[in-house]
Design a protein around this ligand. Structure first.
Ligand code: SF4
Length: 412
């Protein structure tokens, strides 16, 4: 309940109030209602061995046109309908918030406990457009004062734009990038990710993202990126991988992404993966890896979303040719969400099952991102173990990043 006399609301408070303290007085209320006072001495580096309950997220009060919650089928897991908008989770896990309903108390906490960085969904700095997209009035949509307060206190901000054709693209996007660049280095990056429509999210005010739109966006933003690199020394405004893939273009170079500030938002994952894959091929070359060592024994199937499959197939084909592996890439269609959903992370158990007829070899790999982060369950509620039983060969869930080493070693 309290540490050294100060109330503890959650894990973050506990961490903040115990940091650097070697003598602690902890007030505890036992389940039976009895109060205990514990006096603890510890070395600074010593862990107290306490477990914490998960933070229950605060929810937003927006009505975004493109809200992912509206894109879920009714049968989706209840957690997919949680409209989390919580500065604590933003700090801990990089979840985006719109800052539209942050309370004074929460703001005080961000500043006092230095919950930096914060991830902020800006979408547009034009207030008419932002309020339209978020379904709120202009006063609430205006977060310039709140961002200023954070930046003045040294809180770093990563921004996001969900790009909706005909609403916040073109001149509005140019203005948004330019306004945010004016706040650099406090605002250190902007992720521009495309609107995703499912068969359930079909609001007539939303226009689907087409390959042509992606090509136009790349052209438009590339010119700005060049200027930003010259002015700020960083690309600053990054387009989501999906935009390049949908446009049929290659993703930019390693230098473009710097230290990959928005990789969790799908920015630069393809570049990072491709580079790792290529360096693995070089290592194998250097080690004179022969067919005998690697090849024939590795024969299996990798399932992924339709967006990434062509890129992965190209890399795997080269691996197969050079080292004699017999790996097959299967592009799995997303029937669960439908629409233009094509990323690996939104594939479901039912989707993998539907593609079962295309597998070959001794094992199957599916992307780990299709599973809940803390539980082996997929978005349609199917458990990984249940999916496993439906396959005649071993099924493995692999991280995007360790796929490279897994397919050339022994998957586990
Ligand atoms: S802020 Fe996020 S959760 Fe809330 S309505 Fe908008 S998209 Fe949905």
């Amino acid at each position: 309940m309290r540490v050294n006399g100060r109330v503890v609301r959650d894990y973050l408070d506990f961490r903040f109030q115990t940091a650097g303290e070697t003598e602690l007085v902890i007030d505890v209320r036992k389940t039976g209602g009895e109060d205990w006072e514990l006096n603890i001495e510890r070395d600074e580096s010593e862990d107290l061995g306490l477990g914490f309950e998960q933070i229950v997220p605060r929810q937003c009060a927006n009505e975004c046109l493109f809200c992912f919650c509206k894109g879920n089928p009714e049968t989706a897991r209840p957690s997919l309908f949680v409209r989390d908008e919580d500065v604590r989770l933003s700090f801990l896990y990089g979840n985006y918030t719109t800052l539209t309903s942050i309370t004074e108390d929460e703001m005080r906490r961000v500043l006092e406990q230095r919950l930096s960085p914060q991830y902020v969904s800006v979408h547009a700095t034009d207030l008419d457009v932002r309020s339209y997209l978020l379904g709120i009035d202009k006063d609430r949509a205006d977060i310039s004062g709140k961002m200023r307060q954070m930046l003045d206190a040294g809180i770093e901000i990563h921004a996001q734009v969900v790009l909706c054709p005909t609403i916040n693209d073109g001149e509005i996007l140019r203005q948004t990038i330019s306004d945010l660049a004016g706040l650099h280095p406090g605002v250190s990056s902007v992720a521009i990710v495309p609107l995703g429509l499912t068969r359930y999210l079909n609001d007539s005010r939303l226009t689907p993202v087409t390959p042509e739109f992606c090509r136009e966006t790349i052209k438009h933003v590339s010119a700005m990126q060049k200027d930003l690199r010259a002015q700020l020394g960083t690309t600053f405004a990054f387009l989501g991988d999906e935009i390049y893939l949908k446009a049929g273009r290659g993703v930019p170079s390693r230098e473009h992404y710097g230290d990959y500030p928005q990789i969790e938002d799908g920015i630069g994952m393809v570049r990072s993966f491709t580079n790792q894959f290529q360096s693995l091929m070089r290592r194998m070359d250097r080690a004179n890896a022969s067919e005998a060592k690697t090849g024939r024994s590795v024969c299996g199937t990798i399932m992924t979303g339709t967006l990434f499959a062509p890129v992965l197939k190209q890399l795997i084909d080269r691996l197969n040719q050079r080292f004699g592996t017999q790996l097959k890439v299967v592009a799995v269609r997303n029937e669960y969400f439908g629409g233009d959903v094509s990323v690996a992370g939104l594939l479901t158990g039912g989707d993998f099952l539907a593609a079962r007829g295309e597998i070959s070899g001794d094992f199957v790999i599916i992307p780990r991102v299709a599973l809940k982060s803390d539980e082996a369950v997929m978005l349609d509620g199917m458990r990984f173990e249940a999916l496993r039983e439906e396959f005649d060969v071993p099924l493995h869930a692999c991280d995007f990043q360790d796929l490279v080493s897994t397919i050339t070693g022994s998957p586990n």
